[in-house]
Design a protein around this ligand. Structure first.
Ligand SMILES: C[S@@+](CC[C@H](N)C(=O)[O-])C[C@H]1O[C@@H](n2cnc3c(N)ncnc32)[C@H](O)[C@@H]1O
Length: 247
């Protein structure tokens, strides 16, 4: 095939910094199947890096506004007497701990919080949307588990927030492969990682044009297969994995 026809995306990478990204790009694992990579150096790299930083900030702000709008429309989630597990993990609810600390990234309006805090865990949820965080605080208050919960507005584009090691890291319907290592690192030995994301598996190709956020088939196993896998699956547009960090 002609190179011009093949190239849908051109990724420019400074060789001084994003070496892991360069490697991933070269592997074509996360940047799309039709990506060309150009490596740049020195002043040119610095200039383009600054431009990229501005661009990322603008994207973050756009994301935040999008989610703020959606959460404002939705309001506080229903308060239930027995908060149910998150659907992708309902069948393995019994494998989740009943004490210890949990960090949930991109926690939304708190449905993971009421589930886990009701089980007895001490919960910390972070999300980029202040509206979501406000709704989550109200939900745990109304659900009677606020004393075990903490929430903070955090932009995960800057990485995981600093904090102590935890017994469980939960990431539900949010995917940023740059956080994969940090999520595992944050676990105590023997701790659990629970990730469920939108997946290409089981939905029509119109649902995942180039550049969509859906995980590719096998992506979670590739990312977390070095852990002890307790449960995994992909289908109907959702991929999930529950895995234990070796003790
Ligand atoms: C599909 S929702 C899932 C929310 C929650 N986990 C749930 O299942 O109810 C995706 C969440 O990711 C959050 N999010 C998107 N980009 C983010 C970022 N850069 N940093 C932190 N949170 C982000 C959004 O605000 C939103 O709450």
């Amino acid at each position: 095939m002609e190179p011009a026809a093949r190239t849908a995306v051109r990724l420019v990478v400074a060789d001084t910094i994003w070496r892991p990204l360069l490697w991933l790009a070269a592997e074509r694992r996360y940047v799309g199947r039709r990506t060309d990579v150009e490596v740049i150096r020195g002043k040119q790299a610095r200039l383009r890096r600054n431009a990229a930083t501005h661009c990322l900030r603008a994207m973050s702000e756009a994301h935040r506004q999008h989610w703020d709008r959606r959460y404002r429309e939705g309001g506080v989630a229903p308060v239930l007497q027995v908060p149910p597990p998150l659907p992708a993990f309902a069948h393995v609810d019994h494998l989740f701990p009943t004490r210890g600390q949990v960090l949930e990234i991109a926690c939304g309006r708190g449905r993971g919080a009421v589930w886990l805090a009701s089980r007895g865990l001490t919960y910390w949820g972070v999300d980029v949307s202040p509206v979501a965080i406000d709704l989550a605080r109200r939900l745990v208050e109304l659900s009677g588990v606020a004393r075990r919960c903490r929430f903070d507005v955090i932009d995960l584009d800057a990485g995981l927030p600093d904090g102590e090691s935890v017994d469980l890291v939960l990431c539900y319907l949010f995917r940023d492969f740059r956080l994969d290592c940090a999520m595992v690192d944050r676990l105590v030995p023997g701790g659990l990682l629970a990730v469920a994301v939108r997946s290409e598996v089981g939905v029509g190709p119109e649902e995942f044009p180039d550049g969509s956020q859906r995980a590719r088939p096998g992506e979670l196993r590739e990312a977390f297969g070095h852990l002890e896998i307790l449960d995994e699956g992909e289908g109907e547009g959702i991929a999930r994995i529950l895995a234990r960090k070796p003790g």
